[in-house]
Write a protein that binds this ligand. Structure first.
Ligand code: G6P
Length: 609
């Protein structure tokens, strides 16, 4: 999703801006651009290809400067075309007085566009961003900081912007409302970015701007005003942001690497846990867990499926009722709030706009007990929640989430145990048995990864199909949903998941010889029911691809293909089964030759609604 980097320095900042864009690349984008102050004029370069292509263009034209901004764009308003790529200039390309980049969505852009068109501005793009550039130009009074403070008052919606003016060569002004933005403080130079990771290696002195802040960046000065225009001091934190993508090593794609990292990162996430303790979720967690009667989980995408799995665990182990809601739905629907609710957000990035907004909505409804399960300790989500459990998946580069998901599951299982303990529902023996099973996860996952050659054989067959069904029951229904999501995200095969008992209520109509039906068959209490559902498929000629637990007594035969899962894993079984589905999606995509790590139209971190 969109990324911003900006700098004011006394050295050529082109490499810093491009390096920053590269660090943000993994989030997904479809075009990119950079603008610099060059000899009293504004110049830019834009590309609808990769940042590497932009870098080549910049090298060829020799674009250099001390003040500038750069952007990766994920199209919302207007196609991914060069004229829609940021930075946007105003009043026009040949006579640029203002350059601006923007993340977010301006909701009143139509109205502003009409107003600015009537004033004589000619729009070069379909973006909502160009509206802000012209608005700043129109309101410009010789002081960019003051102008931006006035201009943002006209904007409705979410934005993080960075802007500079031809008349003020050593100044970048930035502002945020609803989209993240940070400042990197340097020695006689200052930076702005949408994420601290963009500045790794450049500045580790980071200020997290707050909602409504406007910041003035000059060579030796960072001046921030808050939403009321009042001068404010914000804490400067030392942040050792990850230095971006690690090496691929022996793997072809980051997704494959990340699938294979799961034994290690689950081990890291659980490291040092010697017992179930509320404090693992933050100071004061015991008191909070004591005060709640129910749990509300808010998340999007893969994180939502982690929450859906956790519902089964928390209700079964802790006997606490759980509601799981898709964040983008929850934030806009009328719900019945209960202040004795633990609101749990789950997010890999900690930046997802819908999840952040849903959290704020829950708080506005009077639900103050908030916990996040998040992979980025410095993210907005962690800062906004009272309690946090940081998963240690490390940077996840592949857009399709894998290791972040399984570490979320490990953390959520621990939450279920903790709530059970606080409610007096966990005996010492049960605690010891669960912890033992959790500690064994890394080696159990390693055995699942060893199934890769068998899964590759299936994937070759899947790659020729256009549709697939995934079936699961109980705890494994959310895993079927996640398996289908993985397959469609990266292989573009249409995939649907159903609780197996629902098959006869509709999806059975789709089953023919051409329809592969992936079945998750753990040896649990529902196994006999599941076997009946499999018969329903076979009777219609459907091809079954079954991941069966070692002791489930399902065997390969006509139209039934079985891969045997190495061990039966009880309540933690979803964490093992999903790994085989990740491999199936990965190898199907590989066989179809798609861009596995950067699937079309998708972004890693969705910072717009
Ligand atoms: C995007 C990503 C998904 C992710 C979802 C939620 O759609 O492509 O992989 O599951 O956002 O992201 P979060 O960072 O909040 O977990």
């Amino acid at each position: 999703m969109c990324g911003i980097v900006g700098a004011v320095a006394q050295r050529n900042i082109t490499p810093i801006l491009l390096e920053g864009l590269k660090r943000l690349e993994y989030r997904g984008y479809d075009s990119c651009g950079v603008a610099l102050h060059v000899d009293g004029a504004l110049q830019r370069s834009r590309s609808t290809s990769r940042v590497a292509d932009l870098e080549k263009q910049v090298d060829e034209t020799g674009l250099k400067g001390f003040t500038g901004i750069a952007h990766t764009r994920w199209a919302t308003h207007g196609a991914p075309a060069s004229h829609n790529a940021h930075p946007h200039f105003s009043p026009s390309s040949d006579n640029a007085r203002i350059a601006l980049v923007h993340n977010g969505i301006i909701e009143n852009h139509d109205e502003l566009r009409a107003e600015l068109t009537a004033l004589g501005y000619v729009f070069q793009s379909q973006t909502d961003t160009e509206v802000i550039a012209h608005l700043v130009d129109h309101m410009y009074n010789g002081d960019l900081f003051d102008t931006v403070q006035q201009a943002v008052k006209r904007l409705h919606g979410a934005y993080a912007i960075a802007v500079f003016a031809r008349e003020e060569p050593h100044r970048v002004v930035a502002a945020r409302q609803g989209s993240p933005l940070i400042v990197g403080v340097g020695q006689g130079e200052n930076f702005v970015a949408s994420d601290a990771m963009a500045l790794a290696g450049t500045s580790d002195q980071i200020i997290y701007l707050e909602e409504g802040d406007v910041v003035d960046l000059q060579l030796g000065k960072v001046w921030i005003v808050d939403v009321n225009g009042k001068s404010v001091e914000r804490e400067v934190k030392t942040v050792h942001a990850h230095t971006g993508a690690a090496e691929l090593g022996p793997y072809r794609h980051y997704m494959q690497k990340e699938i294979f990292e799961q034994p290690r990162v689950i081990g890291d996430t659980l490291e040092g846990i010697t017992g179930v303790m509320p404090e693992l979720f933050g100071d004061g967690a015991y008191k909070v867990f004591k005060e709640i009667d129910r749990v509300l989980i808010l998340a999007c995408g893969t994180s939502y499926y982690a929450g859906s799995t956790a519902k089964y665990w928390i209700e079964s182990i802790a006997k606490v009722p759980v509601n799981v809601e898709i964040a983008s739905e929850y934030r806009y629907r009328d719900s019945v709030p209960d202040p004795r609710t633990l609101v749990v957000t789950i997010s890999q990035s900690g930046e997802t706009a819908d999840t952040l907004a849903a959290l704020k909505h829950a708080r506005a409804l009077g639900m103050e007990h908030t916990l996040t399960i998040c992979n980025v300790a410095t993210s907005a989500m962690v800062r906004e929640c009272k309690l946090a459990y940081i998963t240690r998946a490390g940077v996840e580069v592949g857009v399709a989430s894998t290791k972040a998901f399984t570490t979320q599951l490990a953390a959520l299982f621990l939450l279920a145990l903790t709530l059970a303990q606080v409610n007096g529902r966990l005996t010492d023996e049960e605690e010891a048995a669960h912890l033992k099973a959790m500690r064994h996860l890394p080696s159990a996952i390693t055995s699942v990864l060893a199934l890769e050659p068998q899964i590759i054989a299936w994937a070759d067959e899947f790659a020729r199909k256009e549709n697939a069904l995934f079936l699961g029951r109980g705890l494994h229904y959310p895993i079927a949903l996640e398996g289908a999501l993985k397959l469609k995200e990266i292989s573009y095969i249409h995939a649907e998941a159903y609780p197996a008992g629902e098959l006869k209520h509709g999806p059975l109509a789709l089953v023919t010889e051409e329809m592969p039906v992936v079945t998750i068959a753990p040896n649990d209490t529902l196994i006999e029911k599941l076997k009946s559902n499999m018969q329903e498929v076979r009777a219609r000629g459907g091809q079954l691809f079954v991941f069966a637990d070692v002791d489930s007594r399902i065997t390969s035969g006509d139209g039934v293909h079985v891969i045997r899962m190495p061990e039966h894993y009880g309540q933690l079984s979803p964490i093992l089964h999903v790994v085989s589905l990740q491999l199936l999606a990965y190898h199907s995509a590989l066989a179809r030759g798609t861009d596995v790590d950067k699937p079309r139209n998708l972004a890693k971190s969705v910072t717009v609604e």
